[in-house]
Structures are given as C-alpha cells and as structure tokens.
Design a protein around this ligand. Structure first.
Ligand code: 5GP
Ligand code: ZN
Length: 113
C-alpha cells in the first residue's frame, strides 16, 4: 500500500469511515463530502490507483455488481442512480485509489460538469 493512501487507510480501519457494506475484497462507505442525498464510494480493499491501472477486468465486474446490489439495498435502484468513475485529472479524480461513486436520491443532470 502506498503510505498516505487515504482509501487504503479506510480499508485497513486506520481512519474512520461510515462503512455501509463489505464484500469479498470490496468495501462501500459514505463520501465525506456528499454531492447527493445518497453518495457512497465503492473500493477494492487492495490498492489500485486508477481505472487505467486495473489489470483484473473481473474486478471491475465485481465492483459494478456490488454497486448495483448496494443501490437496491439503500432504496435508490427503482428511481435511478448514477455510477461514476473519475479517472486522472481531466476526469476529476482526486483520490488515486480506484473507486466508484454511487449517487442517488435526486434527479441527475446531463451533461456532467
Ligand atoms: P474523486 O474526486 O477522486 O473521484 O473522489 C474522491 C472522493 O473521495 C470525493 O468525493 C471526496 O469527498 C471523498 N473523500 C476524500 N477523502 C475522504 C475521506 O477521508 N473519507 C471519505 N469518506 N471520503 C473522502
Ligand atoms: Zn490505496
């Protein structure tokens, strides 16, 4: 784990987070600065910096399936939600540990900013 990676620290329980779901090698917790009534982050528990760096395509399927299950569990699946993977600076990524944003609880606009 690169020292200083905040999401590795959350996965290790070294810094607090409101964890809402645990899975096989995955974790979901509340975003510190929510952009919607529901704003959860889904991460692999091992360090992967960005979507570009993900060697294991099956991991991506697992993360997406986990996010979909979570959406159902927190009650936003029916009305709808958005899953976002910001990648590198132009994509708006600020934490360089792969994560899916699960956003819901309000209508989303398009195009994104
Ligand atoms: P990014 O901009 O990289 O796609 O998203 C990073 C997200 O992580 C942001 O929405 C930000 O609010 C969230 N975040 C950053 N640091 C922390 C933290 O220490 N705890 C939690 N729960 N969320 C964080
Ligand atoms: Zn990390």
């Amino acid at each position: 784990m690169p020292g200083g990676c905040v999401f590795c620290k959350i996965a290790a329980g070294e810094i607090p987070a409101t964890v809402v779901k645990r899975g096989d090698g995955m974790l979901a917790f509340q975003d510190l600065n929510p952009q919607a009534p529901t704003h959860l982050l889904v991460i692999p528990t091992h360090h992967v910096a960005t979507l570009n760096d993900t060697k294991d395509a099956a991991l991506l399927g697992k993360l997406l399936g986990f996010a979909r299950e979570l959406a159902r569990e927190v009650g936003i699946a029916g009305r709808g939600y958005r899953v976002v993977v910001n990648t590198n600076p132009d994509g708006g990524q600020t934490v360089f540990h792969l994560h899916l944003h699960l956003l819901g609880g309000r209508p989303m606009s398009w195009p994104p900013g």
